[in-house]
Design a protein around this ligand. Structure first.
Ligand SMILES: [Zn+2]
Ligand SMILES: [Zn+2]
Length: 474
């Protein structure tokens, strides 16, 4: 007997007494030996070389294998395969039914403690249960919050060792019963802020507002929910049903799909108040990844002028060079003693900006942002300030009559992302409205999963924009 199967997308050449994984490079794992094989009624599938298990059913039917009586199953335990540790084939010709279950072997990189190191742990994942999906990680991008978590931890992470990282794209490997919106092979992107899991919750439930971050039991991937520093992950039914998970078209770049979440956070802040970007003047304080996303989104949304303010020269120069364009719509301003006058000068013919996005997580950023408020300005207090001493009070006096009523100023903020931002990010990505996104990650910003520590160090560099871990390169 010989047949070629694809089990959870991994090719297995199955013989009477052995199974050879078609995916493991020979030099790493030459062979995946079958330890035992237990046919109850031996099913002869010799004439068929189906590329997918599902097709065995149809070919078995059409070739008349159904005349075999009884039900056969083959049980394999694999040693040394890095994809599967166990699988079982069940064939019931009378019921015209072929099924399989398999145990997926996942490699997870656990951070042992704040300031600690990562160690690789092998974990077995069963086939997905009803409503669940099993994903295979493709790319993970590093958030500045991951840098902080690696160095000093986070109160929200209560149990260590921990799985961090939350910006992920993945391929669906298998879906449980009842899952209709996703199928094996789909490329998906996932958000960070997730529902609390209570289907009756007024924020996160089936009839909720969708403002997950307002829920007292709010949770996030890479925080309370295990992150994606691992080759495979199982998503529970409420995650699959309520989001945040979206599908990308076939052939879509997984490098871009993993940036769904940081883009969604950015777009939440830019769209909570209507009509403040299109044809208007946008100021971005800070030139890190959130400002670089905001710059590209503002370009896509038709901003009239985009003024990027930054203290350091390295990032400012990189962002202006790669994302500035040559139509004069994007200008850079160094953050020095003349910064306010220079920003106002660039706003002409308007006197002040329409939208100020504060992306520098420091007190000085807020102090600068309120000096830029003018007629009709919306301030997005996008970056929170917190340190070892907690969250400091940063006060600013507001004249409700003159500033808010007569000048139409608006002070607002968003936290993380909901399906609103996830949907907008997916739309911009799929429509190709962010054509320069790939420039946020250069050759020095790509790493293998086993180089996670170096990747985090690179993400902390002053000139770095978006570091990506490529799980396909493992
Ligand atoms: Zn993030
Ligand atoms: Zn909730």
């Amino acid at each position: 007997m010989h047949m070629t199967l694809r089990l959870l997308d991994h090719e297995m050449n199955v013989e009477r007494d052995s199974a050879v994984c078609g995916q493991c490079p020979a030099k790493v794992r030459p062979q995946c030996k079958v330890r035992h094989i237990m046919p109850v009624h031996y099913v002869d599938v010799q004439p068929f070389y189906p590329s997918r298990l599902k097709r065995i059913h149809h070919s078995a039917e059409s070739k008349g294998v159904g005349t075999h009586q009884g039900r056969g199953y083959l049980n394999f335990t694999l040693a040394g395969c890095r994809h599967l540790s166990e699988f079982c084939l069940i064939h019931d010709p009378q019921l015209h039914w072929v099924n399989h279950f398999s145990i997926m072997r996942s490699l997870s990189l656990y951070l042992d403690q704040p300031g600690g190191t990562f160690s690789m742990v092998e974990e077995d994942l069963p086939a997905p249960g009803p409503g669940e999906i099993l994903m295979r990680t493709r790319r993970v991008s590093i958030c500045q919050s991951d840098v902080v978590i690696q160095r000093v931890g986070l109160p929200r992470i209560k149990s260590w060792p921990a799985l961090i990282l939350h910006e992920v794209s993945a391929t669906v490997e298998a879906v449980g019963r009842g899952v209709t919106r996703f199928a094996p092979g789909d490329l998906v992107g996932v958000g960070c802020d997730i529902p609390c899991g209570d289907r009756k919750c007024i924020y996160c439930g089936d009839e909720g507002t969708g403002d997950w971050t307002s829920c007292p039991n709010t949770q996030a991937t890479g925080h309370e929910f295990p992150g994606f520093a691992r080759t495979h992950a199982m998503l529970p039914d409420w995650f699959v049903d309520l989001g945040p998970i979206v599908k990308f078209p076939e052939g879509f770049n997984p490098d871009h799909a993993c940036q769904l979440e940081p883009l969604a956070c950015c777009l939440e802040g830019m769209t909570r108040v209507n009509r403040c970007i299109e044809h208007r003047v946008v100021v971005l304080i800070g030139a890190g990844s959130q400002s670089t996303y905001a710059l590209q989104c503002a370009q896509a949304m038709g901003a009239r002028k985009i003024i990027l303010v930054n203290r350091g020269a390295e990032r400012l120069e990189r962002v202006l060079r790669d994302f500035g364009g040559d139509d004069g719509r994007v200008v850079g301003v160094r953050w020095d003693e003349n910064v306010v006058e220079r920003v106002f000068a660039h706003c002409q013919p308007f006197n002040e900006p329409h939208f100020v996005m504060m992306n520098a997580p420091c007190r000085e950023g807020y102090e600068l942002s309120v000096r830029l408020l003018g007629y009709g300005t919306v301030l997005d207090a996008h970056a929170g300030v917190k340190g070892a001493g907690g969250k400091p009070r940063i006060a600013h006096e507001v004249d409700l009559n003159n500033d808010i009523h007569y000048k139409l100023q608006c002070l607002q903020a968003t936290h993380g992302s909901s399906m609103h931002g996830i949907g907008l990010a997916q739309e911009l990505l799929v429509a190709g409205k962010l054509p320069k996104l790939g420039l946020m990650t250069n050759a020095t910003e790509r790493f293998r999963p086993t180089e996670l520590m170096q990747a985090i160090e690179r993400a902390a560099d002053k000139d770095s924009l978006k570091v990506i871990l490529d799980f396909d390169a493992s």
